[in-house]
Design a protein around this ligand. Structure first.
Ligand SMILES: Cc1cc2nc3c(=O)[nH]c(=O)nc-3n(C[C@H](O)[C@H](O)[C@H](O)COP(=O)(O)OP(=O)(O)OC[C@H]3O[C@@H](n4cnc5c(N)ncnc54)[C@H](O)[C@@H]3O)c2cc1C
Length: 337
């Protein structure tokens, strides 16, 4: 079975490793160069653990990160760890064609039979029994396959920062009256945090206009235990997020995993876990039906759709702890004029 995975992010690479684990050697096409900078931490949630355990990476990744309590059966609810470190582990032994961007699909009637990719040596056709779009929120593969998706810009946006200073506690969180979060995650490279705000009308400019020092004061008024970590911060980033929902999971010869299939607002803190678990389910299905691509894809959908459905039904707002009432002025960012 020849599997071509488009996208070398966490979902695509976990799929690649899960297939290799089952004796199927896929090709990963990644448009970025191998040297692309990947900074900062991720909070790897427990939903990722089975997929990482199966390919022997849960322990090394956990050992290089920091447990986020509470623990159950000896495992933490999440792990604060460098994104780069996770990707480096996942890349080991995978045939990744760097700087290869997928620009088209090959077809035989209704069946997708491969991809067209542009790389350093020009454009080429790469045949496949299964093409997997693991190419993120704005998936080109999804679009080329004609799989309809509902894309929504979330009403929650993020003002975030990274700090070289560590935090004594693994994870700090404070909820504003409307249930949005201020968070701080400790990891071996320092700490990283942010404030989830109602997306302001003026976007980035409005969110960043008051400046870093004003932000730090307002953030620390609500989360004073973060003081030591926040003190050295000199830069903020603003980010809006697009959420994705797809009703169709596959077409003959092609399917999607991770954020190409369903992207939630990171407020939920589980995106990587859902993508890795998609990848594991698909690897299992392909391993069981390596002579029958469509049966593998149908089985993937049958197992995985009901597992993802509750998360999508509740949405990222499901993690909010809403106290109700009007937001107090100090809970608003940017501050009211
Ligand atoms: C601000 C932010 C914070 C987050 N924090 C967390 C967190 O703490 N915990 C958590 O679990 N999740 C978090 N997430 C979500 C998490 O990052 C993703 O779920 C995870 O990275 C898996 O994504 P993916 O592999 O599906 O897609 P991506 O990571 O987007 O990977 C897609 C890859 O496809 C490549 N690509 C795209 N188009 C093409 C093409 N045409 N040809 C070839 N390659 C292509 C891209 O270059 C990219 O490498 C966060 C997300 C954001 C935006």
């Amino acid at each position: 079975m020849r599997v071509v995975i488009v996208g070398g992010g966490m979902a695509g690479l976990v799929l690649a490793r899960g297939l290799i684990h089952r004796g199927v050697a896929p090709v990963v096409l990644e448009r970025m160069p191998s040297t692309a900078v990947v900074e900062g931490p991720i909070m790897l949630p427990f939903q990722a653990y089975d997929a990482l355990e199966e390919i022997g990476l849960l322990e090394p990744i956990r050992a290089a990160g920091r447990d986020v309590p509470p623990h159950r059966d000896g495992l933490p609810v999440a792990i604060g760890v460098g994104r780069r470190l996770v990707l480096d582990h996942l890349r080991e032994g995978v045939d990744i064609r760097w700087e290869h961007e997928v620009t088209g699909l090959l077809r035989d009637g209704d069946r997708i039979t491969g991809v067209r990719a542009r790389g350093p040596e020009g454009e080429r056709e790469i045949p496949a029994h299964i093409v997997v779009g693991a190419d993120g929120t704005h998936s080109r593969v999804r679009e080329l396959a004609g799989i309809e998706a509902e894309l929504t810009v979330s009403d929650t946006a993020f003002v975030s920062f990274r700090s070289p200073a560590r935090c004594e506690e693994a994870f700090l969180i404070e909820f504003t009256s409307d249930g949005r979060q201020l968070t701080l995650l400790d990891w071996p490279g320092g700490s990283a945090g942010g404030w989830q705000i109602e997306r302001p009308e003026g976007g980035r400019d409005a969110a960043l206009a008051p400046g870093v020092e004003a932000f730090k004061r307002a953030y620390l008024r609500l989360l004073p235990r973060a003081a030591a970590a926040v003190e050295p911060v000199t830069e903020l980033t603003y980010r809006e997020v697009t959420e994705v929902r797809c009703d169709t999971w596959w077409r003959p010869g092609l399917t999607l995993v991770g954020e190409a299939l369903h992207a939630m607002n990171p407020e939920a803190g589980i995106g990587s876990g859902l993508g890795m678990a998609d990848a594991q389910a698909l690897a299992i299905a392909v391993g069981r039906h390596r002579d029958d691509p469509d049966r593998a894809l149908a089985e993937y959908e049958r197992w995985r759709r009901p597992a993802v459905a509750p998360y999508l039904a509740v949405g990222s707002q499901g993690v909010r702890v809403v106290r109700g009432g009007e937001l107090r002025d100090e809970e608003r960012w940017p501050p009211p004029a």
